[in-house]
Design a protein around this ligand. Sequence first.
Ligand code: NAD
Ligand code: IPM
Ligand code: MN
Length: 369
Amino acid sequence: QPARKLLVLPGDGIGPEVMREVGRVITWLEKNRGLTFEVTEDLVGGASLAEYGVPIRNEVIEKAREADAVLFGSVGDPRWSHVGFDKRPEVAILKLRQELELFANLRPAKVFDALVDASTLKPDVVRGLDIMIVRETVGGIYFGNPRGIETLADGSRRGVNTEVYTTSEIERVARVAFEMARKRSNHVCSVEKCNVMESGLLWKEVVTDLHAREFSDVTLSHMLADNCAMQLVRNPRQFDVIVTGNLFGDILSDLASMLTGSLGMLPSATLGAVQANGKSPALYEPIHGSAPDIAGQGIANPIAQILSFAMLLRYSFDLQEDAQMVEEAVSRVLESGLRTADIMSEGMARVGTSVMGEAIVRELDKLQG
Ligand code: NAD
Ligand code: IPM
Ligand code: MN
């Protein structure tokens, strides 16, 4: 088995703090499971701006293309909030998604039994929840043209962004959602706003057609995005797979994270199409950001980053057993009562980022026997 090539991009804020804990897990897997990883690390976001004057170097994008998988932390730094759009730290993740055509962002929201009390919703509403949001990530209003800020004749200004989706963009992400549903509870809910947007109307049509042609064994329903936000809070367990565009997916997945207890719990995988050379580019990242409000304090929850790495083991390397072990170790640590501040509740033991990471590795030891 040749070494698996990983590109690790910790980024800004809590990114490097939570990535350090993944480092422990990688070391553990190498020592105890006979796996070998060839890890290369590089700068992105504000960290790259400070060093190289750009949010991401072309060289890093090339390294990402060459790697078997990319593990991304988070980017964003208030020190760069005054700069133009092309120079913001966030460009790093947007560019990686676009250049590698990583169009399907899988964002699972699963409630650990030990954390039913951590959600702001009633335990009975979230217990056993297991949904998968499939978010389109290279199209929609994030990338549509025209875009920009222009000054009008009267001196006032106009900010413009455009929601655009083509048939093929919709079809390829919907296909991922249907295939995912077949391995789960066989239900896809497609979310748009076809009542006000033509791009939403096309979205609904294309999903409906694809379903009839290739996936009629899967149950398909449609929902308007505003209603979906409400339904996710009212009765989230009605959903299995949700497929939606870039912006709605971004918002609904942050909402879904709170069903699980914290934004610090949710991992994600962003997948592209299999290339001519047989490679499937893939990037793994927590759905949270750089959390400048708690950065540098050693209190961030590393679980979303660690679970993102478990998704990497599963999807990029088909290491199902190892992925399962990492997820089980996380679950057991939570059962044992350890909590970072964001998921803290009464009677539990509050710990920082590195104690949480260490505890997960200790559970791995026990699982290995
Ligand atoms: P955020 O996700 O960084 O933080 C939102 C809230 O959740 C904060 O109160 C934060 O402390 C908390 N939080 C997030 N992750 C946590 C963790 N692991 N443990 C404990 N608490 C956690 O969102 P924001 O504050 O709106 O954005 C901050 C910066 O991050 C912005 O620059 C934004 O653009 C960027 N961002 C980047 C990514 C990414 O790189 N993929 C994702 C989202 C936001
Ligand atoms: C996410 C983030 C990004 C997005 C930002 C940082 C560009 O919020 O990954 O959820 O909006 O896609
Ligand atoms: Mn987001």
